[in-house]
Ligand binder design. Sequence first.
Ligand SMILES: Cc1cc2nc3c(=O)[nH]c(=O)nc-3n(C[C@H](O)[C@H](O)[C@H](O)COP(=O)(O)O)c2cc1C
Length: 391
Amino acid sequence: MSASKNAFLATFKHLTRAGASNSASARVPRITKPIVAAPMNGWTGPNLVAAVANHGGFPVFPIGYFTDRNAIIKEVRSVLPLLKDPELHKDDDEVEFLPYGVGFITFWLDQQGPELLINLLEGKGDDPNRQSRPRPPAAVWFSFGDYKPYLKLIRERRPGTKVLVQVQTVQEALEAQRENVDVIVLQGTESGGHGIQKVSPLMTLIPTAVQALKDEIALEAARGSKLNMPAILAAGGISVASQFAAVQAMGASGAVIGTGFMPTYESSGPQHAKERLLQTGDGGINTVRTRIFDELRGIDWPQPYDGRVVRNLLTNREEEDLRERGLYQQKGLAAFRLIKEDRTGTKEDWVRAAKEQDLDIVPLWAGTGVGMLTKQASAAEFIDQLIGEQH
Ligand SMILES: Cc1cc2nc3c(=O)[nH]c(=O)nc-3n(C[C@H](O)[C@H](O)[C@H](O)COP(=O)(O)O)c2cc1C
């Protein structure tokens, strides 16, 4: 796939490496496949980040619910030794950015303050023993909250750092275009993990958003000013090559994949959870969106958000409660509060289950595409399967 034709790859065309040709000056793009490994807490660890980067994709390291800045910086640092290209390990200023992103949960970043983001932009995630200029990650990813206050900070402190913003609605996509972000990730309801409760499937979201963004550009042009078309990526339920082709046909340059990378050998999730994913069929009925786990964990996710998980005893119980008590009619916080007050038994189950990683109780976040994942593969094999290349 060529960077001149693919808007996502073009965004990262400044990340280059030495080509195979004899000519010393021949440089080739480092990111060659428009596939982003989503930042997934507990799953997108250093091994998966490195495996995706080593194979020409673009991984995003999850910053998640951080509290300890130094611990996160240490983890980010552990990616570099796993990256294969020797050029990345030379102590010179040839390579300006490290070939991965860091992904923030924006409302959490607001609570913790911007120091970690600043540290990463300063290159604190690079090898601390380098004499040359410390390198920041090539991109910062924001999801779930207002990223706008951080754009200025990134652009002032480390110009050239790309910004990826994951959004769930057309309105948010239009706002991100106005902010001139580099990549908009359209997250459909199929997605594993958190997202907005009431949101379109990708089949509708992509063409609607792409058209709206184009209309906006035309409108501005008629007024004599210029708006850019950001690169568009699709996120949600994408597991196989036909889906990857379909989102591209609808106007996306590539895909963000979470669930599909979870059962790979390199992901940092536990093997019994990987097996549970591979055994789960039909993701449309075997996954469900819920807020119950955040309520039980005591993580105060803002109201519009919930998350998609593989159904388990707890989500079934939640649904029974809703049905039996007629709470389906009383949607929203009130209903969840009632359930939570009523659930002392469940809370005890929860503490035990969290310790044992009992997937009948604790959440196994996954998208609707989980049903199509049946075989464990390496991250590289999974990527090649998606883009239709034989391994
Ligand atoms: C286990 C898991 C953890 C996730 N954690 C995050 C996160 O920390 N930050 C974030 O922006 N998105 C997170 N996501 C959502 C992804 O960004 C992405 O939208 C989603 O994985 C795409 O759908 P898919 O899982 O069906 O491929 C997570 C998804 C999963 C499955």
